[in-house]
Design a protein around this ligand. Structure first.
Ligand code: ATP
Ligand code: MG
Length: 876
């Protein structure tokens, strides 16, 4: 059975059991402060388990793209070294939200694997929770009973497991419960006879592995660590699709399935390395085949590789792939980007976002690969230099700190550092390195830590009603609150029954403002979303939370935000009109002060294009288009009206459309009533943020007015400095011309100085072993003069060494020249001389054998440096 057929058969099976098949949520998570990437199928349903929102359907199933490379689940180091952990993988899952429980979940899992797919009973094992005295949770007898019914012929295949494997928790706090894992034994009969399968379950044997985890959510873990029983119980299951494929296709490794095979053959074709020839090669092929998927899918989800957070995680994955290619497949040129078409042909059908951003994915990977290969080259050079230094100092161990710096600043992998050191009979202070790593991890944990207390319920309430489209002021009740420590500072999170505050999303920042009751007024510094929960960040806990409050949005800021948000739509529209329909939104930021808009386009915008965008948007402002909002229509209908859906964005069943004239967008944000409110749009910056992605920054209204006035003020100032207010351009041109002619005069003067010094130098030259040694301090304030002299001597004499210096300001400059013939015949180098003498001027330098220069902080040392050079030549 082919992979895609298997995926379909899972869907069909659960559809036949009354499940609605939903699509995968994006792999990159944008509105959950506790999670950067989806790492399990349940993530997108977290709100339902937490009771923050109601499910559309109580039975759902899907295939979810997951990434396990950071946080609680990090499999990165396993990937490639084993054959069944991936960075990005698909998790098949079925869910019950307060609907069926253990009986059906177990019976259906069994039916699907055993009856439908024909996986033999004697190769399967199931585990149940053994119970925990600490938590006062009994053994899961219920699950045991249902499993016994499945394993009729192999009763010994139902095993007990500890809290580590068989009690699942969402996080430190929150929904949790016992789980049952299903394992498979893939070993051959001979091995199975020697060691019974049940002895190898959960023991890390590569052929006895977990395939499916059925979680029975029945408790809530509170922050004091106690468990409370949930009023309604849920089922959450997750099965590794690649592993299931391996089983069904009769393979021993996920990489032997059709999911990976075509990509692996493509890598072989590009690198000339066949799969199955050597262990290290195979690991590299697996690493690359795996990482390609993770990178491609996250770029398709609009998460580009970058320097921080989620982007940095992606960059690290890509670099790991490049490095394995470099170390084990001898790939010193970019090649991973060329694998994208092969990946798209396997997965593009199920995941159209991949197919549609194919070219962009290739381009971005190429760019990253090239940059990192350069880094690798640079790192290699640095290590060679360090090895020489160590050797000179008679040492054989590289300090951990240095290796960490190479790793952290240049992304230079530590195992490569170790390898190179080994080749040079040296070693790394690995303890020191690990200590540096540990303290960095601690630093970043502290930075990211968000220490949240339990929610204190003030009153039972449904989902918060958002009234901010119409109102900025509202009488509200607090439904719950909690204290949160962020980086050591305590704030309070508040949830209301209704709110006029817009929570940060879709690029628009959260509202700020106040809440006030009859006895206090508390500042709201931000409004954020945790999944669908609207949270107001308050400076302190209200003294009487049960009071009623007036919630008031800072309307001045709100107005500026609305201006900028609508302006973003107009810019998007204008960009498509000016540049073409390939322009797609790739990201945006809307703040009160300015807006930022990222979009796909291949080249720098010309001045003309920018002016056209400004012209179109400002005309739309003057035409005063009214806002036209359509709430609650289907995504299909919205798209037929011309609105563009973004890949990597999660849309609900119904969407909101915002129109201004011909601009039509899917948007949940806040906008002006009509375009004239924006006043003016002025683009203040345009540049590239990644290959094929440009960024525009702009300001509107008062900020645009300020910006333009500032620019005009600068022009006026220049005019008054030039004393030619009429024609600034002419004035500046005149100034440049004057400057050029002055420079020429100076150069002439310098040449004269050089000439007279030249004469002096040759007059005072001394002869050392048939070499004409010229030296002296030159009176000049340009280091260029020194070089001019050096080149003159080099031209005119075959047998000379020249060492000259000058005090320029409070710095010293030295130039050493060695005639070409001496370089060749006597193997002399100006670099050696400069290295020897530059300590005297407190500096350093380098260059080429015939000419080297040095700069230093001590002009008083020039004469000593010259003397030293003379001694050096005498000693040769
Ligand atoms: P393992 O012990 O094998 O790492 P797990 O306990 O981390 O698995 P769960 O968190 O229960 O796994 O995830 C559910 C299922 O997802 C697993 O049974 C497995 O089939 C699959 N799975 C988990 N991690 C990976 C991974 N890194 N790559 C591929 N499949 C995975
Ligand atoms: Mg795991």
């Amino acid at each position: 059975m082919k992979a895609h057929e298997l995926r379909q058969s899972f869907f069909e099976f659960f559809r036949s059991k009354g499940h609605e098949i939903v699509s995968s949520a994006p792999m990159v998570i944008k509105n959950d402060p506790t999670l950067m990437f989806t790492n399990a199928g349940m993530n997108q349903f977290k709100d339902i388990f937490l009771g923050n929102s109601q499910p559309g359907s109580t039975r759902v199933a899907n295939s979810q793209k997951c990434l396990r490379v950071s946080g609680k689940h990090n499999d990165l180091e396993e990937v490639g070294h084993d054959t069944y952990h991936h960075t990005m993988f698909e998790m098949l899952g079925n869910w019950s939200f307060g609907d069926y429980f253990k009986k059906e979940a177990i019976a259906w899992a069994w039916e699907f694997l055993n009856a439908k797919l024909g996986i033999p009973e004697d190769r399967l094992y199931a585990t149940i929770f053994e119970g925990s005295g600490d938590d006062n949770v009994p053994r899961d007898d219920e699950a045991y009973k249902y499993w016994q019914k499945c394993f009729r012929n192999s009763p010994g295949h139902v095993l007990e497991g500890s809290k580590k494997d068989n009690f699942w928790e969402m996080g430190e706090t929150g929904p949790c419960g016992p789980c049952s894992e299903i394992h498979i034994d893939l070993r051959n009969d001979r091995e199975r006879k020697v060691t019974a399968g049940h002895e190898l379950v959960n023991k890390g044997h590569p052929q006895v592995i977990e395939i499916w985890n059925l979680v029975f959510i029945q408790y809530n873990r509170k922050s004091d660590n106690s468990l409370e029983i949930l009023p309604s119980k849920h089922v959450d299951t997750g099965m590794g699709f690649e592993r299931l494929c391996m089983i069904v296709q009769g393979k021993k490794s996920n990489y032997d399935t059709d999911i990976f095979q075509s990509v692996i053959s493509e890598i072989s074709a590009l690198t000339g390395k066949k799969y199955g020839t050597s262990e290290s090669c195979d690991i590299a092929l697996r690493v690359i085949a795996d990482h390609l998927r993770a990178i491609a899918f996250s770029i398709a989800d609009r998460q580009l590789p970058s320097n921080n957070k989620a982007g940095y995680v992606i960059r690290r994955i890509l670099r790991r792939a490049v490095r394995y290619g470099y170390n084990y497949l001898d790939m010193e040129e970019p090649f991973i980007y060329r694998l994208v078409p092969a990946l798209v042909s396997v997965m593009g059908d199920q995941y159209p976002e991949l197919a549609s951003s194919k070219d962009q994915i290739s381009r971005i990977i190429l760019e990253e690969e090239s940059a990192f290969l350069k880094t690798l080259g640079k790192g290699l050079k640095m290590i060679s230099k360090m090895i020489i230094d160590l050797r000179n100092e008679g040492k054989a161990e590289l300090p951990g700190k240095v290796a960490f710096e190479l790793y952290d600043t240049y992304g230079f992998p530590v195992d490569l550092t170790q390898l190179i050191l080994k080749e040079n009979d040296m070693q790394l202070d690995i303890k020191g390195f690990e200590n540096e790593m540990k303290s960095q991890k601690e630093r970043s944990r502290e930075d990211a830590s968000l220490d949240a207390g339990d929610w204190k319920i003030v009153r039972e309430a449904d989902d918060t009603i958002f009234t901010g489209y119409e109102n900025t002021r509202e009488e509200i009740l607090i439904s719950k609150y909690r204290k949160v420590k962020i980086k050591g500072k305590e704030v309070c999170h508040l949830v209301f029954n209704k709110t006029p505050f817009y929570a940060e999303s879709g690029g628009q920042v959260g509202d700020t403002g106040f809440i006030s009751s009859k006895n206090e007024k508390i500042e709201i510094t931000d409004t954020i979303k945790e999944n669908n929960l609207i949270i107001h960040v308050a400076k302190k806990v209200p003294s009487e939370p049960s009071n009623s409050f007036i919630a008031e949005v800072d309307t001045q800021k709100r107005l500026m935000i609305a201006n900028n948000h609508t302006a973003t739509h107009l810019i998007h529209f204008a960009l498509r009109a000016v540049l073409g329909k390939h322009v797609e939104q790739k990201g945006s930021l809307v703040t009160p002060d300015r807006l930022r808009f990222d979009f796909s386009h291949f080249s720098k915008l010309s001045r003309d294009e920018i002016l056209k965008v400004e012209e179109i948007t400002n005309r739309m402002i003057r035409e005063n288009h009214q806002k036209h909002v359509i709430e609650n229509i289907s995504l299909k209908k919205a798209q037929s009206m011309g609105a563009m859906a973004l890949f990597g964005e999660k849309y609900g069943e119904s969407v909101r459309v915002v129109e201004f004239g011909d601009s039509v967008e899917l948007c949940g944000g806040i906008h002006v009533e009509s375009t004239s409110g924006i006043g003016i749009i002025k683009i203040i910056a345009e540049g590239a943020i990644a290959s094929g992605i440009r960024r525009i920054e702009a300001v509107t209204d008062g900020k645009a007015y300020e910006y333009i006035n500032e620019k005009l003020a600068a022009v006026e100032e220049i005019a008054s400095l030039l004393k030619s207010p009429g024609n600034i351009k002419e004035g500046v041109e005149k100034l440049i011309a004057e400057n050029n002619s002055l420079r020429k005069t100076i150069e002439k003067y310098q040449a004269q100085v050089a000439l007279s010094s030249l004469k002096n130098l040759t007059d005072n030259a001394i002869n050392i072993k048939d070499i004409q040694f010229l030296s002296g301090q030159i009176d000049t304030d340009s280091a260029e003069t020194l070089k001019t002299i050096a080149f003159e001597i080099r031209k005119s004499s075959e047998n000379s060494i020249l060492v000259i210096g000058a005090a320029i300001g409070n710095k010293a400059s030295i130039v050493v020249m060695v005639s070409d013939k001496l370089v060749k015949t006597k193997n002399l180098s100006a670099v050696d001389i400069i290295k020897e003498i530059s300590v005297e001027i407190n500096g350093g330098g380098g260059g080429q054998p015939f000419l080297a220069t040095a700069g230093g902080k001590n002009p008083a040392g020039i004469s000593r440096a010259i003397k030293k050079a003379e001694e050096f030549v005498r000693k040769m």
